[in-house]
Design a protein around this ligand. Structure first.
Ligand SMILES: C[S@@+](CC[C@H](N)C(=O)[O-])C[C@H]1O[C@@H](n2cnc3c(N)ncnc32)[C@H](O)[C@@H]1O
Length: 247
């Protein structure tokens, strides 16, 4: 029911004054996350953390603002955690995920089926080997906590391919840091400071993307510290939205 209200509001964006639309949307999202949290708690038989104001909710709200969306590719989709929100919210959109780990892919598709999500699937694939996908074949190409595993000598090629494949936008939820002192041309650094969390790649994604798409419009949203329990993300977690200019 609440899902339908959000879809209706997304469809009506052009017909309602902007300020009123934003107000209605804000209320609709707040109610949606509250209901989803209650459903989660009932399913698990315990109190769960609020979804409203979480990084996933922020990502989902930003993602849905691109409505209508025909199809989407997620790089490093793991168990399809984001599909469980996004594919349900946007049932007309086709979601494809790739993940390098075959066991994860198998488990992901079982859970997707069990949850009766019919517009999403995950296949095994490597972000560094997506040259086979046609140009401009997905409206949105996104990653959430996946590019941080891609090595320094491969990231430039991955970004270039994501740009080539996307028709409208790229959205990243990754660790971002503007640092003029990066030691290499790929603008990245492995963050030993947080090695107790694993070693993640931190990059200046804005510069990296502009190297390959100089006319793209890029907006950065720092994810508020309060949304994280993990220090690396609290300091460096960003949503990076890239709107492509197609000639
Ligand atoms: C932290 S999980 C991200 C999960 C999910 N995207 C989310 O939003 O919760 C990172 C995933 O990226 C995958 N991954 C790492 N390197 C990859 C690569 N080169 N190509 C595709 N997937 C990769 C891992 O197998 C893992 O499932």
């Amino acid at each position: 029911m609440q899902q339908k209200i959000i879809q209706k509001l997304l469809r009506s964006r052009d017909n309602v004054p902007e300020a009123l639309w934003l107000l209605l949307m804000k209320g609709a999202w707040r109610t949606y996350w509250l209901i989803e949290q209650i459903k989660q708690s009932l399913r698990l038989g315990r109190k769960t953390a609020p979804l409203f104001g979480s990084e996933r909710a922020l990502f989902a709200e930003k993602f849905c603002s691109y409505f209508p969306i025909g199809n989407v590719l997620e790089i490093g989709a793991a168990y399809g955690q984001s599909f469980h929100l996004l594919a349900k919210l946007l049932p007309q959109t086709q979601f494809l995920g790739i993940d390098i780990n075959p066991e994860t892919v198998q488990a992901a598709n079982v859970v997707i089926k069990e949850n009766k999500i019919t517009n999403a699937k995950i296949i095994q694939g490597d972000a560094t080997d997506i040259q086979g996908l046609p140009d401009r074949s997905f409206d949105i190409v996104y990653s959430s906590a996946a590019l941080l595993y891609v090595d320094d000598n491969e990231i430039s090629q991955v970004i270039k391919e994501m740009i080539r494949i996307s028709r409208k936008s790229i959205i990243l939820l990754e660790l971002h840091l503007e640092n003029p002192e990066y030691p290499n041309q790929h603008l990245g650094i492995k963050l030993a400071k947080y090695s107790f969390l694993g070693t993640y790649w931190v990059r200046d994604y804005k510069k990296l993307i502009l190297q390959h798409a100089p006319r793209a419009t890029i907006s950065l949203t720092k994810i508020p510290r309060s949304m994280w329990i993990n220090e690396a993300w609290a300091e460096l977690g960003y949503i990076i939205e890239v709107n492509m200019v197609i000639d």
